[in-house]
Design a protein around this ligand. Structure first.
Ligand code: PMP
Length: 430
């Protein structure tokens, strides 16, 4: 087995230098089970952040489903196969009626790129409305619509067909207070007006119902339903990016958009869908899917292969059999209560927000000016790692601690996390 220094040397030699490692002293994880990870020295970590391993690391039913199908057959979508159709039926059964047609892909980025193609083909327009700070993927088409990337270091800004709405962040956004929803909705209307003034129509409004990379932002009530209505009325389609928040993570509902009582035209999913296996999908209406059948075949070498679909089906079965959505609600509610108690004790905590097991803690140097406490976030994340808990950070100011563990997380895990966080915040004051 290589030692950490040898691995870092080989990374430097053979991997792209724009790949980053977490923590001042990176961890060398060699094994995982449930919500726990173990490093090469046998140190156990409580995983508070890996949302991809949704039903837990190395879940035996996932391993068994993959092995069984791999032993039997793995091909592609050009042969009759029961795995893909039954899985597609089961995925669409989790969605509102009308969202009936699946396209299988291999990453969240591929799903969002395909969603843009579906929308652009359907509307014959490229005009795209996005939220500031949003991230939708790493493909060229998605850097264009992701302010998180194109407006950050190394970025070259938004192309002229991309219209950016200020982050509808009730805590530090451009508009705050009881009337803020109306103001953000007006921004969407302004973007539509700009598009229409060029004799064009909106193609898509793409949005995460709870923003992940944007800093675990809960959109203000009724923003999404009002914005969807405006976009759809102007002839655009609404894309819900569920890559981070889907599959029961938000607790109260299976899909994040459902917390806003809206029905998108296109839903994209990924990350947790294969519990780490590269499986993702786009689900849309029959009308949009049929318009896309314009003579150009859609083929994807790996997307929808029998092994991927068997794994995806196992994920759905485990979420149901282990009541993981209910667990996300129960344990997530406990987490939010405990974090709010910590907030009353530590001024550094400016805001605590989230739904189910998708939670953010925003740290500020001053609760009035909201000056971001990003050095403190780094201190806390590294200290917590030394105490055996893995966390990460995000948001445009790098001052939001993210908590989005595998859904098998327990209340005892929460209590341990809170105790260690409390001690770490205290130690910061010394
Ligand atoms: N959409 C969202 C909301 C994401 O958070 C991500 C990944 N962080 C993506 C899309 C892209 O997914 P992938 O990395 O699987 O391409």
């Amino acid at each position: 087995m290589l030692n950490p220094k040898e691995i870092q040397d080989l990374r430097n030699q053979h991997l792209g230098p724009s790949l980053s490692l977490s923590y001042e002293k990176p961890v060398y994880i060699v094994r995982g089970t449930g919500q726990y990870l173990f490093d090469a020295d046998g140190t156990k970590y409580l995983d508070c952040v890996n949302n991809i391993q949704h039903v837990g690391h190395s879940h035996p039913r996932i391993i068994s489903a993959a092995r069984k199908q791999q032993e039997k057959l793995n091909t592609n979508t050009r042969y009759l196969d029961d795995t893909i159709v039954l899985y597609a039926e089961n995925i669409t059964n989790t969605l509102p009626s009308g969202l009936d047609v699946c396209f299988f892909t291999n990453s969240g980025s591929e799903s969002n790129d395909l969603a843009l193609r579906l929308a652009r083909n359907f509307t014959k327009s490229k005009q795209t409305i996005v939220l500031d700070s949003a991230y939708h993927g790493h493909l060229s088409s998605l850097i264009e619509i992701s302010p998180y990337k194109h407006a950050g270091p190394g970025g070259t800004g938004a192309p002229d067909f991309v219209h950016t709405i200020p982050v509808p962040d009730p805590y530090r956004g451009k508009y705050r207070g009881p009337k803020c929803t109306e103001n953000y909705v007006q921004e969407v209307q302004r973007a539509i007006n700009t598009i229409q003034s060029q004799n064009l129509r909106p193609s898509a409004f793409i949005v995460e119902a709870i923003m992940g990379c944007g800093g675990q932002i809960l959109l203000p009530p009724s923003f999404l339903s009002d914005a969807f209505k405006l976009v759809q009325r102007a002839g655009g389609v609404c894309i819900a990016d569920e890559v981070q928040i889907g599959f029961g993570r938000v607790g109260s509902h299976f899909w994040g958009f459902e917390t806003h009582n809206v029905v998108p035209d296109i839903v994209t999913m990924g990350k947790p869908m294969g519990n780490g296996h590269p499986l993702s999908a786009v689900v849309t209406t029959r009308e949009i899917a049929h318009a896309f059948d314009n003579g150009m075949e859609y083929f994807n070498s790996f997307g929808g292969n029998p092994v991927s679909c068997a794994i995806g089906q196992a994920v759905l079965d485990i979420i149901r059999d282990e009541n993981l959505q209910a667990n996300a609600l129960d344990v997530g509610s406990h987490l939010l209560i405990q974090l709010n108690t910590l907030k009353s004790k530590h001024d550094l905590i400016g805001d605590v927000r989230g739904a189910g097991l998708f939670v953010g803690i925003e740290l500020v140097k001053d609760r009035n000016t909201l000056e971001p406490a990003y050095e403190e976030v780094d201190y806390i994340i590294n200290k917590m790692k030394d105490k055996g808990l893995l966390l990460s950070k995000d948001g445009p100011n790098h001052n939001v601690i993210k908590i989005k563990p595998p859904l098998v997380f327990t209340k005892e895990n929460v209590d341990f996390l809170i105790k260690q966080l409390d001690e770490t915040l205290e130690s910061r004051k010394l």
